[in-house]
Design a protein around this ligand. Structure first.
Ligand code: ADP
Ligand code: MG
Length: 159
């Protein structure tokens, strides 16, 4: 599914729709250059799941935990220098009953779950103005169902 997202508010609203479909154990990969809006989407998801604190890219700590039910594990591997996420306990987190939201999943050496929702955000125009293209694909039957649900939301005009 390809969407045009015209503002930060629309990105937060997309996060809200995604949040309603996510459940414990789910994994979402967020791809796209710095500043395209990956963390903004995570913020939309976190707000809708009842988390009211700060949601910022966990750039130096590599991960944030938002204590809601189920907890949200927000990873960002951009600053990862060696590709080594072992010390972080990534595998342990992925086995727990939380929702994992992972920015820059390609930068870890560790193998990540193959089944997930994949979100790729890009600039619609060649500048950092508001418009973004958001491509969402699903890997695995569970996520295909979620993506169908999301498409229904979007097409029914709920924004
Ligand atoms: P990333 O995590 O991909 O590096 P952030 O979400 O931290 O990006 O930052 C995105 C920036 O772009 C924010 O400052 C946000 O206000 C701005 N922005 C402008 N238009 C949009 C949009 N349509 N969607 C998301 N963010 C947008
Ligand atoms: Mg970010």
């Amino acid at each position: 599914m390809d969407l045009i997202i015209n503002s930060e508010e629309e990105m937060l609203a997309l996060g809200k729709h995604m949040a309603s479909l996510l459940e414990a154990d789910d994994v979402v990969y967020l791809m796209g250059e710095l500043g395209v809006g990956k963390t903004t989407l995570v913020r939309g998801i976190a707000r809708a799941r009842g988390y009211n604190g700060r949601v910022t890219s966990p750039t130096f700590t590599l991960m944030n935990i938002y204590e809601v039910d189920p907890p949200l594990y927000h990873f960002d591997f951009y600053r990862l220098e060696t590709g080594d996420t072992f010390d972080l306990g990534l595998e342990d987190y992925l086995e727990r009953k939380g929702i994992s939201l992972i920015e820059w999943p390609n930068l870890t050496d560790q193998s990540l779950p193959a089944e997930a929702l994949l979100v790729t955000i890009s600039l619609l125009y060649d500048d950092y103005e508001l418009a973004r293209c958001v491509q969402i694909t699903a890997r695995g039957a569970k996520y295909e169902k979620k993506l169908e649900g999301l498409m229904q939301f979007v097409h029914s005009g709920h924004r």
